[in-house]
Design a protein around this ligand. Structure first.
Ligand SMILES: Nc1ncnc2c1ncn2[C@@H]1O[C@H](COP(=O)(O)OP(=O)(O)OP(=O)(O)O)[C@@H](O)[C@H]1O
Ligand SMILES: [Mg+2]
Length: 230
């Protein structure tokens, strides 16, 4: 047990399925891998290889079909949906291609909202410090619609970190950005996760691989080819 919980993510013989009209469809099977605390990993693989599916399982959004998946000390394969939702809220920061900010709240209020969900009374000063690290503190009173795409995604990065999760999961976070903004957002994401001591699993394209990641994994025909560089 201690060996399992020692890692931030530990997957053993993991199988992930979708229920479809034509029956059960297995997307990944016999997948085993680990991510250590504070480790930052890029997840590569061609379209349809199962990157989003795997990320959703690690986030507790998709139930485990069989095998074991332990994340931040929680055995997700043993938890029902309500417990997985509580787990996700407390331990995971999520960033998607769509920014998913709450349009009726300002930048700062979007961050306060995530903290309130976790019964955290995080000081505004601290949240402004986080926005400062992302170079958008001056925008804290704006509404999402008053920001550029790159700025909105930086707010989404701040929101993912605001409640100090142990693990940040980012699924092609720069898919809606031009190349220059993409590079800026990814570099900021990696450095702010380091500053917060959060692990990172980042689905991205190999052309965008930031420096400073300590693991690169590639999903290929249901296998995770995992290269650990430290
Ligand atoms: N809700 C679903 N129901 C059934 N099949 C699904 C569902 N979501 C995804 N799939 C299938 O699962 C496989 C993996 O999809 P997934 O979205 O994980 O791929 P991906 O690696 O993230 O691809 P991309 O790079 O295009 O985002 C694909 O064959 C896809 O058609
Ligand atoms: Mg995907």
């Amino acid at each position: 047990m201690s060996e399992i919980t020692a890692d931030l993510i530990s997957a053993r013989n993991l199988q992930l399925d979708y229920a479809t009209a034509s029956g059960k469809q297995t997307i990944l099977e016999n997948l085993s891998f680990a991510l250590r605390h504070s480790q930052q990993m890029a997840l590569l693989g061609r379209s349809g290889s199962g990157k989003t599916t795997l990320l959703h399982a690690v986030a507790g959004l998709l139930p485990v079909a069989s095998g074991e998946l332990t994340v931040c000390g929680h055995a997700l394969h043993q938890l029902g949906e309500a417990d997985r939702t509580r787990f996700r809220r407390a331990h995971i920061g999520l960033i998607f291609q769509q920014f998913n900010l709450i349009p009726t709240l300002t930048v700062l209020e979007n961050l306060q909202f995530v903290c309130a969900l976790n019964q955290l009374s995080t000081a505004d000063r601290e949240l402004l410090g986080l926005l400062e690290q992302l170079d958008i503190a001056n925008l804290h009173n704006r509404f999402p619609a008053q920001l550029s795409g790159g700025e909105q995604q930086r707010v989404a990065v701040a929101r993912a970190l605001a409640h100090k999760p142990q693990l940040v999961l980012a699924d092609e976070p720069t898919g809606n950005l031009d190349m220059e903004n993409a590079r800026t957002v990814i570099d900021l994401l990696v450095s702010v996760c380091s500053n917060y001591g959060a692990g990172l699993m980042l689905v991205t394209h190999s052309s965008e691989l930031p420096s400073g990641l300590n693991a690169i994994a590639r999903l290929d025909q249901g296998s995770l080819l995992y290269s650990d560089s430290d």
